[in-house]
Design a protein around this ligand. Structure first.
Ligand SMILES: Cc1cc2nc3c(=O)[nH]c(=O)nc-3n(C[C@H](O)[C@H](O)[C@H](O)COP(=O)(O)OP(=O)(O)OC[C@H]3O[C@@H](n4cnc5c(N)ncnc54)[C@H](O)[C@@H]3O)c2cc1C
Length: 228
């Protein structure tokens, strides 16, 4: 929360709030397109008193903690999307082999084969970029931990892999939505039915280009790193 109202980025602190603290309540639960296994709600805080010992990290240093966490969160999202695309491709190849239309498996139609070829390219480019980002991110892990412990937020290890992680997050989240949509199309009417799980993949993956920083924000970060 903001602990120094005029402090901009430098006026944010992390506070641990406990469920039973007076003034805290879940105002209302929110209905979502996907991610139904994870509750999302509007939380309300009215004059909640938080003791000093519930301060997490340095006072007014929350922005740096958010930035440090974002790197790992975005990388995890990219890794998750790679896994999802891999699973979607494998399930859809099986389906294209088994489903027959006009006397042959639909995977024998060029239109379907070409779609799956493109899905394969999206998977491989996503995987290569994500693994590259992961290597760049973890390389200075020891230096990063030490810099965080010292509060040395300007240390180069803090931002290591920022460009690559941002690219991986941007590329994989959009690619995964496109892959899920293509796989749904290949499943035809069954793709639209809940029992095949493809429609769920599309709904769940649609959060990717929004959560953890939107595609537009990823492009802003990358644009700034190009000196623009
Ligand atoms: C299901 C779900 C779970 C979530 N879980 C978490 C969580 O656990 N923790 C957490 O911290 N957050 C969470 N979020 C919040 C999520 O990170 C934000 O929704 C997301 O970062 C976008 O912010 P916003 O909703 O305020 O959109 P806005 O900032 O209002 O953006 C609206 C649109 O404007 C665009 N836009 C905004 N600023 C710019 C700009 N400068 N340049 C160009 N375009 C811009 C955006 O890209 C977007 O298209 C969750 C969101 C959802 C939907």
């Amino acid at each position: 929360m903001k602990t120094a109202p005029d402090g901009g980025h430098h006026g944010i602190s992390f506070l641990i709030l406990e469920r039973e603290m007076p003034g805290y309540e879940v105002a209302r639960s929110l209905e979502k397109l996907g991610w139904h296994s994870s509750d999302t709600a509007e939380l309300s805080f009215t004059e909640v008193e938080v003791p000093d010992e519930n301060l997490l990290g340095p006072e007014h240093g929350g922005f740096y903690l958010i930035m440090a966490n974002f790197q790992w969160e975005r990388l995890l999202m990219a890794l998750g999307a790679v896994g999802a695309m891999r699973r979607l491709l494998s399930v859809t190849i099986d389906y294209a082999r088994g489903r027959e239309a006009f006397g042959r498996p639909i995977g024998r139609f060029g239109a379907i084969r070409h779609k799956l070829a493109e899905v394969g390219v999206k998977l491989e480019t996503s995987r290569a970029l994500t693994y590259h980002a992961l290597r760049e991110f973890v390389r200075p892990e020891r230096e990063r931990r030490e810099a965080i412990a010292r509060g040395d937020w300007g240390h180069p290890a803090i931002a290591a892999g920022l460009r690559e992680v941002t690219m991986a997050k941007l590329h994989t989240q959009r690619a995964a939505v496109e892959v899920a949509d293509e796989c749904l199309q290949i499943h035809g009417g069954y793709g639209y039915m809940t029992e095949y799980g493809i429609e769920r993949a599309l709904r769940d993956l649609r959060l990717g280009p929004i959560g953890g920083g939107t595609d537009e924000i990823m492009k802003e970060i990358l644009g700034k790193r190009l000196g623009l």
